[in-house]
Each structure stands twice: as C-alpha cells, then as structure tokens.
Design a protein around this ligand. Structure first.
Ligand SMILES: Nc1ncnc2c1ncn2[C@@H]1O[C@H](COP(=O)(O)OP(=O)(O)O)[C@@H](O)[C@H]1O
Ligand SMILES: [Mg+2]
Length: 418
C-alpha cells in the first residue's frame, strides 16, 4: 500500500517533499548546537514536538491524497515558513543565521510551483524576516533585512523561470516520444497490411483466370440445357443461373483485390466529372433495377472539367454505389450528386439505408475492415486512396434523416500524382 501511494505521488513530488523536510530538519537539528536566548529556552521542547508532529501529519496526508499533493504542498508552505520564522526569532531575530533556511525553502517552492508562487513565498519569507527583526531588540540594521529580501525575490524568479522552461522542454520530449511510438506502430501495421495485400492480390490473380474458364463452361452448359426441354432441364437451368450469380460475386470480390493492388500512378486527363459519374452509375443501374433500388442523379451543370484519372474516379464512385446497394433493401434510394464548393469539386453518394453502425465508424477506411459476411473491406480504402492521389479527401456522415452519405472532394486545380 505504501509503495502504491509513493508511486501515485510521483518522483518529483516525493523529491520535493523530502528536500523540504530536510531543510527544516537541518534547521531544527542546528538548534542543538546554537545557544538559545535565555527567554526562549522554555519554548524549545514544544517547538520540537510540534515540528515532528507536523512533518508526520504532512507525510500521512501526502500518502493518503497523493493526487492532491500540489494543493497539500501549497497549503503547508505557510507552516514551513512559520517554522523557520520561529527559529529565526528564537535565536536572535535579525542577528540570527537561521534566516538562511528561507533560501532553500523559497528555492524549492519556486522550482516546484514556478515563479508566481516562488515570488509569493519570497515575499512572505521577507515579511517574516522583517517581523523577527522587529520583535528582537536590538534590531539588526534594516538595510541587511532589505538586502536579504531582495536576494530571496531574485532567487525565486530565477529558479521559477528555469523550472518552467525545463518542464516545458520535458513535456515536449515526452510528447515527441509518444508521437514516435504511435508512428512506429502505424508503420508496423502498414508493413503488415502491405504484405497481406500483396499476398491477396496474388491469390486474386490466381483465382481470376480459372473463374473466367468456369464462366465460359457454364455458359456452354447453359446452351446445351436450353436445347433439351423438359421439367428436369428447367431445374438445371435455375441451377446454372445460381452458379452464374455466384461466379459474378466471386469475380467482383477478386476484382476489388486486384484494383487495390493496381493503384499506382495516375493518368491525368481533363474530363467532365459529370460524365464519369453518369458512366459509373450506368454500370450499376441493372443491379439496382434488379434490387428495386432507385438511383437519382443531381448534377451541377456548370462544374468545370477536372484533370483526373477517369478510370480511377469511376472506380471510386462505383465502390460507394456498391456499398449502398449492398445495404439497401427493396425500395431503397440512392442520390448521387455533384457540385462545386469553392475551389473543390464535390461528389456525394447518399443512401436511404440504416447508416454506418457506431462500432464500425472508427474503422471504415482500414484495409480489410468489413461488417459483411462476404466483404473484402477494400472498397472504402480504395476510394480514399484514389481521392488522396487526386489531392482530395473522402469523408462520410450519417444523415439526420437516416442513411449514410459519402463525399469525395477533389481540388479543381489538379492534384498530385504520387
Ligand atoms: N453506405 C453505407 N451504409 C452503411 N455502412 C456502410 C456503407 N458503406 C460502407 N459501410 C460500412 O463500411 C464497411 C467497409 O466498407 P468497404 O471498405 O467498402 O468494405 P466491404 O464493402 O467489403 O465491407 C462496410 O462493411 C460497412 O460496414
Ligand atoms: Mg464495399
């Protein structure tokens, strides 16, 4: 339990507490060798007992409320100053050498709390020094007291300032450290993903060719079946249609891997953005019609032509449309719009589906993240990569009325091609 409390207190606070205690212990111990004034002998024992009690209580407080150590230190600053004041007073006021104890005390507090509280401690110490000088007759020359006070103030300012700078530098180093660790973790993950990506692209490539051959053979089988009428053959025809559907799904899946692997340099050409969007939508209209989903276009006619890689942008819009189609029930609706916003061209795909589930929100653009049984998790990372290669960005939001909305923004002055 003690070890836990010390750990919570932190190294800096612990060192501060020990040094502060040592300053005063040293002072009190010195009383044994310094002759006390006759009228103060009487008070020596109560002072010693009070001091021991005070330090024990402080330690207990610190261990109990380790996280409030700053407040505790600040609250007990006055008590520490008072102890030194009593020492000075009892051993000769202005003539006493115990005023020296104010220096380590002010220095420690200035270092721990910064220049503000440091100067405050110096001012309080100077006041107490003056009071001790005034209480003991004969008083030392006031010029001495003033000089000591000035040095106390200087000490507090200088050390407080150094402490603030040092702490700032330390915080910066710690932050850089954290950032570097995060960057290393990202790099390690990126390397892992790149390796997995290469492997999956190779797999996809190997699967794609036999898939084409199977498709061709199933087509021929379909022709044969059509030439042999009869009830059994009608069932065979349905089965062949099912096989076709599965082959199509598999082909799309492998295509996504292949596109992801092929994203390389852009081939920029000036092309009207609206044409690209219309083509991408046209490709998926049959699928939407089969599903009973309506795709509406809301295009900005005065959108300037944009230097872009048409094939890639079509791919990006297609990926967004596919995601909407995959999630929409019969009767669903997709609106694809384009508009100009400042120096950006904006393409938006909004659907009337259930929206992005909260648990998926943070991972949408991570490669291989999917919530679908047969998803690749590559659609959105591809969209993001394409948008970035054009110097743009893709963002998303769940619409207040329901459904998700994905927005691609592209700079109109052309993007980078790396
Ligand atoms: N229009 C959308 N509505 C709701 N969720 C979506 C939408 N588009 C994408 N998502 C979510 O983002 C995930 C990742 O999409 P994506 O990268 O295209 O991979 P995949 O489609 O293979 O799952 C999806 O699994 C889904 O959970
Ligand atoms: Mg997808």
């Amino acid at each position: 339990m003690l070890a836990g409390a010390i750990e919570r207190l932190g190294r800096e606070a612990l060192v501060f507490a020990v040094l502060r205690a040592l300053t005063l212990v040293g002072g009190v111990a010195a009383l044994f060798v310094v002759p006390l004034r006759a009228e103060h002998e009487l008070h020596f024992l109560p002072l010693l007992a009070g001091f021991v009690l005070y330090k024990a209580a402080l330690l207990a407080l610190l261990l109990k409320w380790a996280e409030r150590s700053r407040e505790i230190f600040f609250a007990t600053l006055a008590a520490d100053l008072a102890v030194v004041f009593l020492l000075v007073w009892f051993t000769g006021g202005g003539e006493s050498h115990f005023y020296l104890l104010f220096y380590p005390l002010v220095a420690l507090n200035a270092y721990y709390f910064g220049p503000g509280i440091g100067v405050f401690a110096a001012a309080a110490a100077s006041g107490l020094l003056a009071a001790a000088n005034w209480l003991v007759v004969p008083a030392a020359p006031w010029a001495h007291v003033a000089a000591r006070a000035a040095i106390l103030g200087l000490l507090a300012l200088a050390l407080g300032h150094v402490a603030v700078r040092e702490r700032r530098a330390r915080a910066r180093v710690e932050q850089l450290n954290r950032e570097m660790e995060a960057a290393m973790a990202r790099l390690a993950r990126a390397e892992q993903l790149a390796a997995v990506g290469r492997l999956s692209a190779k797999m996809a490539h190997e699967v794609r060719n036999p898939l084409g051959a199977i498709n061709l053979n199933v087509d021929m089988l379909g022709d044969i079946v059509r030439q042999c009428p009869g009830p059994a053959m009608s069932e065979a025809h349905d089965l062949i249609s099912d096989i076709h559907t599965e082959i199509r799904a598999l082909a799309e899946l492998t295509d996504e891997y292949l596109v992801a692997a092929r994203l390389s340099r852009l081939r920029l050409e000036k092309e009207p953005l609206n044409d690209l969007v219309i083509e991408a939508v046209g490709l998926l209209r049959p699928v939407a019609a089969r599903q009973g989903v309506a795709i509406e276009l809301d295009l900005d006619d005065v959108l300037p032509a944009l230097a872009s890689d048409g094939a890639m942008l079509r791919q990006a819009v297609r990926n967004l449309l596919k995601n909407s189609l995959e999630i929409l029930p019969h009767g669903g609706r997709i609106v694809v719009s384009t508009r100009c916003a400042g120096d950006q061209a904006v393409i938006t795909v909004a659907d009337s589906g259930p929206g992005v589930p909260p648990e998926a929100a943070a991972h949408l653009f991570e490669p291989f993240f999917t919530t679908k049984a047969r998803g690749t998790g590559l659609g959105l990372p591809i969209v993001q990569q394409i948008a970035r290669q054009h110097g743009g960005e893709v963002t998303w939001a769940n619409r207040p009325g329901g459904g998700a909305e994905f927005t691609i923004r592209l700079p109109l002055r052309g993007g980078s091609d790396d």
